[in-house]
Design a protein around this ligand. Structure first.
Ligand code: GLY
Length: 370
């Protein structure tokens, strides 16, 4: 593994490259929110399935601003955040954390402007409207009987809104969502299911299922990354050690199952996958593991998570993944997969892969300056 300072200069090169790609994207396709590339190009007519990732473009622009301090990025970040404001009342998706945490929350943290905070809070309250009393979970965009592991990455915005407004009801339902997810989607060995199906009349949990993974009883790699990151975040809000233990179990399963270089295929359990990589899962895992390292008490455990996060990032910064040596490719990170079964964004750049790669690099770079 490269020494810390060598690695820091690789991060700086990656940020320079990301800046060039993002500038090209927003200048070539102004006010366009891409989701995944098709043969390396952002603008196409491919299906979205659901509109969940518009916050990741503004989020990258905020990260570029934080990294460079350049007001050009700040103007663009504010602009792309403003374009999302109306989504604070969007009841059609379960992704308001993905939309508002990388954008408006970051904006609020930088400015302390209460009117910006109110937008984050309203988004959290809107997301809470998906709560199913019977079953005790926030339902996915698919249907009321459906719980997704992905929602663990969004529930934090409800904890936040509850804390800011001192609303015990909101806090309680966010807590119940995490407990239900832990009970129904996290298995005894730390692997996770993508989806849980409930009986909406009785609240009874029926079975595990999947949309984007291999099978209902297998482990969709991105879902596993959402889980290790999301349960860690739930712990930061609640201080409930059950969530920390769950995050660690999920992290350990990822580490045990992923290849040596840290980038898994689309599913951690599928034998002989057709494609070797789902790079966005690795980027999410790197950022989540970096957070987890700061949460655990045991220094050896922390070191394991930190080193594994760096191992993933070392892999993702090679030209096999970072598109530095792929002329004409408009994304930053290659070899992501959005929805394998539907054939959407397969072996392409995906917006959340770009965002979580930059987020993880930002955390490592920022921590190296302390
Ligand atoms: N939340 C959708 C995904 O991870 O693809």
């Amino acid at each position: 593994m490269a020494s810390r300072s060598k690695f820091t200069s690789r991060i700086e090169q990656a940020f320079d490259f990301a800046g060039r790609q993002l500038r090209h994207l927003i200048e070539t396709y102004p006010d366009y929110f891409p989701m995944y590339t098709v043969q390396g190009k952002w603008k196409h007519e491919g299906e979205a399935w659901t509109n969940w990732c518009e916050g990741f473009l503004g989020g990258q622009l905020w990260l570029l601003y934080q990294y460079t301090g350049d007001s050009w990025w700040r103007d663009k970040a504010e602009h792309y955040s403003r374009l999302l404001e109306h989504r604070k009342t969007d009841r059609s998706v379960h992704d308001l954390g993905f939309l508002f945490w990388p954008t408006w929350k970051r904006w609020y943290d930088i400015t302390g402007d209460e009117s910006i905070n109110q937008v984050v809070i309203e988004a959290g309250k809107t997301l809470a409207l998906r709560f199913q009393e019977k079953g005790g979970y926030l339902h996915s965009f698919v249907a009321q009987n459906s719980l997704f592991i992905d929602i663990m990455m969004n529930v934090g915005i409800i904890f936040y809104a509850a804390w800011e407004t001192q609303d015990a009801h909101l806090w309680d339902l966010a807590y119940k969502h995490c407990m239900t997810t832990r009970r129904t989607l996290v298995r005894g060995d730390g692997s996770t299911a993508h989806e849980g199906i409930f009986d909406t009349d009785t609240g009874e949990f029926l079975y595990q299922s999947t949309h984007q993974g291999w099978r209902g009883d297998s482990t969709w790699s991105r879902g596993q990354a959402w889980a290790l990151y999301g349960f860690g975040t739930a712990y930061t809000f609640t201080n409930d050690s059950r969530f920390l233990v769950t995050a660690q179990m999920c992290a350990d399963y990822y580490i045990e199952r992923a290849p040596e270089h840290g980038v898994p295929p689309n599913d951690l359990d599928e034998p002989n996958p057709a494609l070797p990589y789902e790079s966005s899962a690795a980027a999410i895992a790197a950022s989540g593991l970096w957070q987890l390292a700061s949460l655990v008490d045991d220094p050896d455990q922390a070191q394991t998570y930190r080193e594994y996060a760096l191992r993933i990032l070392n892999t993702l910064l090679t030209p096999e993944f970072l598109a530095v040596e792929t002329p004409g490719w408009e994304g930053i990170l290659k070899h992501g997969i959005y929805h394998l079964r539907k054939g959407l964004g397969v072996d392409e750049s995906v917006m959340w892969g770009e965002y979580f790669l930059l987020e993880a690099l930002w955390k490592v770079w920022n921590d190296s300056r302390r």
